[in-house]
Design a protein around this ligand. Structure first.
Ligand SMILES: *Cc1c(COP(=O)(O)O)cnc(C)c1O
Length: 389
């Protein structure tokens, strides 16, 4: 096997486009100089377009979880009642962060594999009028569910004065996100998923309503104090040394989004999801989520007639294809295919074909080519619709 050929199809980290890799090897610059200010300034419009906001988007050196913690420590205070919608491991993480900072955490637990029903959010808020913030996961990576963030925002604002705080780490830049229009008060994402960068950056933006809370919040915080990031961004800088190489990479990523067009980026992700799901259905691979709740960035399969862990080992060993396993109680029960960021329909055909071979190797009886053919049919349907040859 070619050691250099890594077919990384997990829901983050994701592969890096060659032009982004090249951008990241530019010579180091001083982080207080004009070149760095120019770079930081240049990144804002692209980030704002991806977030769907006119607000500042802060760039913090840290993984996605640093962004989640930033949201908690800035937009809430100890003793605040908060509601966390838990649809999987990442909703659970948000709740654990709230617990760690002594918020009074209510959990709205949803069966793993399902999206939250907005009526339940509404009922919960009506019964608990003192809740000050609602936390949700946009794409729940552990179950491959896309939660209806736009609809949740609507009921949160209709039924309460709570802030609405969203973890968009595994889908922002892969699915449409309209922070301002939908009424998201704090939106967080990270660099190593649909942003096609290495791990190490988190992006955070806050609404005017959220800023009122952040500005008056006197609770202790230092590295993750958004007020410091705001003060510095007003001067095109960051309070602490930025991850300059990653910023160069981000500059190129935003250039790629611009060249392809964000609408096309989102359509590509939708198409890859539909191709992948059609293939799984044709191969008799049970999907964990319904079509309605499925995320365009990741697909979860829950096999009943073979061991997903053995299957993952086989495709890794034979082809260098890395698929993700399950988390928490889904460990050993599912496998997940990441199809976000630097991933195209051509890659989908490749992994489906390799998955078919892997299935045969673990002893599952399938008709070779059936999954690929189903994905091809989805692809051609779309091609006929758009007809842009
Ligand atoms: C990956 C991910 C995170 C962040 O994880 P880090 O390892 O801290 O980068 C947060 N939320 C979701 C939904 C994720 O998929």
């Amino acid at each position: 096997m070619l050691v250099d050929q890594q077919l990384l199809r997990i829901p983050g980290p994701t592969p890096i486009p060659p032009s982004v890799e090249r951008a990241m090897i530019q010579p180091m610059i001083g982080h207080r100089g004009q070149e760095c200010k120019d770079l930081i300034q240049k990144l804002q419009p692209g980030l704002q377009a991806v977030f769907g906001t006119k607000q500042d988007v802060f760039i913090i050196a840290g993984s996605g979880t640093a962004g989640l913690e930033t949201a908690v420590v800035n937009a809430t205070q100890p003793g605040d009642e908060v509601l966390v919608i838990v649809t999987g491991a990442f909703g659970d993480r948000f709740a654990k962060i709230c617990d760690a900072f002594e918020r009074k955490t209510h959990r709205l637990e949803v069966t793993y594999g399902e999206a939250v029903d907005v009526k339940e959010v509404k009922n919960y808020l009506e019964q608990h009028p003192s809740i000050k913030a609602v936390f949700a996961t946009y794409c729940e990576t552990s179950t491959a569910v896309l939660n209806p963030v736009k609809e949740i925002a609507e009921v949160v604002h209709q039924s309460s004065n709570a802030l609405f705080i969203v973890d968009g780490v595994s889908c922002v830049a892969g699915v449409e996100t309209k922070m301002d229009e939908w009424g998201i008060d704090v939106l967080v994402t990270g660099s190593q998923k649909a942003f096609m960068l290495p791990a190490g950056l988190t992006f955070v933006s806050a609404s005017k309503r959220a800023w009122d809370v952040i500005d008056s919040n006197s609770q202790p915080r230092f590295y993750l104090d958004l007020k410091a990031y705001k003060k510095n961004l007003d001067n095109s800088s960051t309070p602490y040394t930025p991850a300059v190489s990653l910023l160069y990479g981000l500059e190129q990523v935003l250039e790629l989004f611009n060249e392809e067009g964000l609408e096309q980026v989102y359509e590509r992700h939708q198409l890859m999801m539909e191709m992948t799901r059609a293939a799984c259905k044709a191969l008799d691979l049970p999907l964990l989520t319904s079509d309605q709740a499925a995320s365009p960035t990741v697909t979860a399969v829950q096999p009943t007639d073979f061991d997903p862990e053995q299957f993952r080992k086989v495709v890794k060993k034979k082809f260098g294809l890395t698929l993700a396993g399950g988390q928490q109680h889904l460990k050993g029960k599912i496998f997940r295919i990441g199809h976000m960021g630097y991933c195209s329909p051509a890659d989908v055909f490749q992994y489906i074909s390799l998955i078919e071979l892997g299935l045969i190797l673990v002893g599952k009886k399938i008709d070779l080519g059936k999954g690929v053919a189903a994905a091809q049919a989805v692809y051609l349907d779309r091609e006929v619709e758009t007809n842009d040859l």
